[in-house]
Write a protein of this length. Structure first.
Length: 77
């Protein structure tokens, strides 16, 4: 969904496209080793429920964000 909104975000906040996706890619890269650890420690059901709730919080943060920095924080959550 972010790719669909990317041109609008770039125009609205006067940004480069690289800035929009850098935070998300950083968190994505960090979660690869962390997810292996979490899978060993917790059940799949607990992880699914936890990450789904986390995704919901991040979506609400991004949807209600008045500034670009808060949109990035919502995406990273």
């Amino acid at each position: 969904m972010m790719n669909i909104a990317l041109p609008t975000l770039i125009r609205q906040f006067d940004l480069s496209s690289a800035r929009v996706s850098n935070g998300y890619m950083l968190v994505n890269a960090l979660m690869i080793p962390v997810s292996a650890y979490l899978i060993k420690k917790y059940s799949y059901k607990n992880l699914f429920v936890g990450f789904t709730a986390n995704f919901g919080v991040g979506t609400i943060m991004g949807a209600m964000a008045p500034t670009f920095q808060l949109i990035v924080c919502g995406r990273m959550v």
